[in-house]
Ligand binder design. Structure first.
Ligand code: FES
Ligand code: FES
Length: 150
């Protein structure tokens, strides 16, 4: 079993199934995006036991008995945004939005570990996530806004 957003789910039958594929195709959690599929872009970032991981580099079976959090788990009622999501919205930190779930989850992992990061720590915290649209300035602003509002 793996626990995702607080709910227990069986593991996929095929032991070769990637965690990213299981989340998207097995559990229907399509907020986890898949870009490069080899650990470069960060789009597939989720939290596993509180740590940001690239779900395209893990087998679903490696999450057995562990707790996963996806973007859907941040605002479970579907109405109000999580403070980090709200900060991205308020700071105009997205354009096409494809990279955004990965950034939001990376920032959640960063701020859970370090609630008041320096600029350099913010840059390091998001350095594993690629965005083709924004130029990163507003993403940095969003992280700082999230620090103040969460
Ligand atoms: S899809 Fe996983 S890092 Fe790009
Ligand atoms: S907002 Fe388009 S890739 Fe980041």
């Amino acid at each position: 079993m793996i626990r995702v957003n607080g709910v227990e789910h069986p593991l996929p039958g095929d032991a070769r199934t990637l965690l990213s594929d299981h989340l998207r195709h097995g559990l229907g959690l399509t907020g986890t995006h898949v870009g490069c599929e080899h650990g470069v872009c960060g789009c597939c970032t989720v939290l596993l036991d509180g740590k940001a991981v690239r779900s395209c580099l893990l087998l679903a079976g490696q999450a057995e008995g562990r707790g996963g959090l996806t973007i859907e788990g941040l605002a479970p009622d579907g109405q109000s945004l999580h403070p980090i999501q709200q900060a991205f919205h308020d700071a105009h930190a997205l354009q096409c939005g494809f990279c955004t779930p990965g950034f939001v989850m990376a920032v959640k992992g960063l701020l859970d570990e370090n609630p008041d990061p320096t600029d350099a720590e913010i840059d390091e915290g998001i350095s594993g996530n690629l965005c083709r649209c924004t130029g990163y300035a507003n993403i940095r602003r969003a992280v700082k806004r999230a620090v103040m509002t969460r």
